[in-house]
Design a protein around this ligand. Structure first.
Ligand code: NAP
Length: 245
């Protein structure tokens, strides 16, 4: 049913974005795999091709609005459609608030929140004309809970909930759904930097007593972008092993 659709995934060179791209491609969806360098995105495209799917690697820095605008125009001229957007690109610049530099705040908000807004704005222009669209914003459990040392990151991820809900209301009558997925702690490069002690403390707060896998998140995204999820919008789907506040 989704065969022939076109999806764009941001931050898809590795981790969660790569897993989402692979799952979408396995559904027969053509995936525009983006990362801050084309070379980075190519690894994911190679994995998609190896499993029999189709994809294109493109450089996209989500903080660069002219680059984003140009890419969405190119997608329309090359493929004639964009059915799915997954706003996954994200960074951390952790530190206690008292010591956090303006630049650490700005770069995290610019990438995680403003970058998602710019991509969503451009996607909504295409989807509105088509009267069909599926958008998923990758937020985080800490956007709901807060986390010491991550004021910038938590603010950006909490901001995505507001963006998701507002966009869902604006776009509902055009048959475009906008939802968020809020992963708990997932095994990726982002969490690989956690010190062993911090990791042990973390596991004690996860009822399932394990970190999540990238596939746990990708399956949730796959459900939300499916035609079967067409009456679900403005929601936050938590994928966190039971780790609630
Ligand atoms: P990751 O392994 O660190 O990968 C981050 C991705 O974002 C990379 O593909 C990176 O591209 C891309 N990226 C960074 N800055 C970018 C920019 N300015 N423009 C475009 N792409 C950019 O992260 P992850 O763990 O897979 O996380 C993916 C998403 O899930 C993030 O939004 C993260 O906040 C969220 N999340 C993760 C966890 C977790 O436990 N891992 C939990 C909750 C939420 P390059 O390779 O080109 O740098």
């Amino acid at each position: 049913m989704m065969k022939g659709q076109v999806a764009l995934v941001t931050g898809a060179s590795r981790g969660i974005g790569q897993a989402i791209s692979l799952k979408l491609a396995a559904e027969g969806i053509f995936v525009v795999v983006t990362a801050t360098s084309e070379v980075g995105a190519e690894a994911t495209v190679a994995a998609i091709t190896a499993q029999g799917g189709a994809a294109q690697a493109v450089k996209l820095d989500v903080t660069n609005s002219s680059e984003v605008e140009a890419l969405f125009k190119k997608i329309v001229s090359e493929y004639g459609r964009l059915d799915i957007l997954v706003n996954n690109a994200g960074i951390t610049k952790d530190g206690l608030m008292m010591r956090m530099k303006d630049n650490d705040w700005d770069s995290v908000i610019d990438t995680n929140l403003k970058g998602s807004f710019i991509c969503l704005r451009e996607a909504s222009k295409i989807m509105t004309k088509a009267r069909y669209g599926r958008v998923v914003n990758i937020s985080s459990v800490v956007g709901e809970m807060g986390n010491p040392g991550q004021a910038n990151y938590c603010a950006s991820k909490a901001g995505l909930f507001g963006l998701t809900k507002s966009a869902a209301r604006e776009l509902a009558k055009r048959n475009i759904t906008v939802n968020a997925v809020a992963p708990g702690f997932i095994e990726t490069d982002m969490t690989a930097v956690l010190p062993e002690k911090g990791r042990e403390a973390l596991l004690q707060n996860i009822p399932m007593e394990r970190l999540g896998s990238v596939d746990d998140v990708a399956y949730a995204v796959c459900f939300l972008i499916s035609p079967q999820a067409g009456y679900i919008t403005g929601q936050v789907l938590s994928v966190n092993g039971g780790m609630y506040m």
